[in-house]
Design a protein around this ligand. Structure first.
Ligand code: GTR
Length: 383
């Protein structure tokens, strides 16, 4: 069973004495129930999504009044002839306002229609070069194509700039829907906007005959991982959600208060959440929900949660425990339960039915090791 390296715990604790990195000091807590007696999972799902919307991410609008896809560019012999590249403009219209963001897509020429990974790119367009002159391990498109997966990506900043100064984050789809109206306690914000983008990308993927839209994983790293979970929870078309080191407001249990906490995240990134969220700073036990329920919302679909050993800020154990605490929803779907005391060691991926977990050595990042494990899991789900 994995336990944090004491030297890492000590170093991080010395850096920030106000942050909890010591497992022995985690407070006792009681998690809210995943399922409710006398309530179908469909009904409970709606209720939970409503609660996450009201409390953390804000309530998202659905499709805009008008939605259009324009293929801007196509190259049938991309990646040395192994893939077809498409660049698609996804255009929305709502009460006389317009918005556009772009989806970049590579489809393997050997496998059509192809299952795929939709990546929420939170680290800049240098990781998604359509010409492939610049390549990146953060989004290793060639590697996905070589294993027969379509690789789709969008730049999250086109949906909502990741910047709270002068309300810059409103300048994407938030303005499209809300104009300049003042925020309510449950208004959506940047994470909601990025997740909305994933659903509009899925709208396009469903229209592309070369893609198996019923076999799409939505994946993101860190803030992108929080977004992937929220997108997957709300949009049941995603067959798999992958959270890479998503941490606080992602896969990590809030009630543990380990590593990053509500007060810390809401202070630095107020634009990610609805205004209500910050009011739970220091009152984690009063949250009507916790993150294991977000993970559970993937049931009966699949979910992969992964961590890095030195990234205690994201609370690896708290993420594993969230996956375990989602047991009722997955067991009801026919999976075996996961075991609290069976957190796997480094580089020993654990797959229990529709849930998977791994922790690798090293720090915060999305690596080829992580991608390879995600593809292994997808192969297994969709063989
Ligand atoms: C950090 C933030 C984390 C995580 C990370 C990232 O600064 O505290 O919640 O989202 O950024 O996105 O890389």
């Amino acid at each position: 069973m994995w336990t944090a390296n004491p030297a890492v715990v000590e170093a991080l604790s010395n850096q920030r004495s106000d942050v909890l990195y010591d497992e022995a000091k985690v407070p006792g807590y009681q998690l809210p129930a995943v399922m409710m007696p006398q309530m179908t999972w469909d009904r409970r799902r709606e209720q939970l999504i409503d609660l996450f919307g009201q409390t953390i991410y804000g309530r998202s609008p659905g499709k805009p009044q008008e939605l259009r896809f324009d293929v801007l560019e196509e190259d049938r012999s991309a990646m040395d002839g192994t893939a077809t590249m498409r660049r698609v403009a996804i255009r929305s219209r709502q009460s006389d306002r317009e918005h556009r963001f772009d989806l970049l897509l590579f489809i393997p020429n050997q496998r059509r229609p192809a299952p795929g990974f939709l990546f929420i790119n939170n680290r800049g367009v240098q990781h998604m070069d359509p010409t492939r002159q610049t390549r990146s391990d953060f989004w290793p498109a060639e590697r996905l194509i070589a294993r027969g997966f379509a690789a789709a990506v969008f730049d999250y900043a086109q949906l909502a700039p990741d910047n709270h100064r002068e309300d810059r984050w409103r300048e994407g789809v938030v303005r499209l829907f809300d104009g300049d109206s003042p925020r309510r306690h449950d208004s959506w914000a940047a994470i909601g906007a990025w997740a909305w983008g994933a659903s509009r990308a899925m709208d396009y993927l469903q229209s592309d005959p070369d893609v198996r839209a019923d076999r799409i994983a939505v994946i993101g790293h860190s803030r992108g991982g929080k977004t992937a979970l929220w997108a997957g929870a709300q949009d049941q078309r995603f067959a798999l959600a992958i959270s890479n080191e998503s941490g606080c407001a992602g896969a990590a249990l809030a009630r543990r208060r380990f590593g990053e906490r509500i007060d810390l995240i809401a202070d630095r990134f107020p634009h990610w959440f609805c205004p209500k969220y910050a009011t739970f700073s220091g009152r984690e036990d009063e949250l009507p929900i916790d993150q294991h329920q977000l993970v559970a919302l993937m049931a009966p679909r699949a979910v992969y949660v992964a961590d890095a050993a030195d990234d205690l800020w994201a609370d690896p154990r708290g993420e594993y425990l969230a996956l375990v605490a989602a047991n009722p929803a997955f067991v009801a779907a026919g999976d075996p339960p996961m075991d609290e005391s069976a957190m796997p060691d480094l580089e020993s991926p654990l797959i229990i039915g529709r849930r998977a977990y791994h922790i690798r050595p090293g720090g915060h990042g999305l690596t080829l090791y992580d991608w390879d494990r995600y593809m292994d899991f997808a192969d297994r789900l969709w063989k």
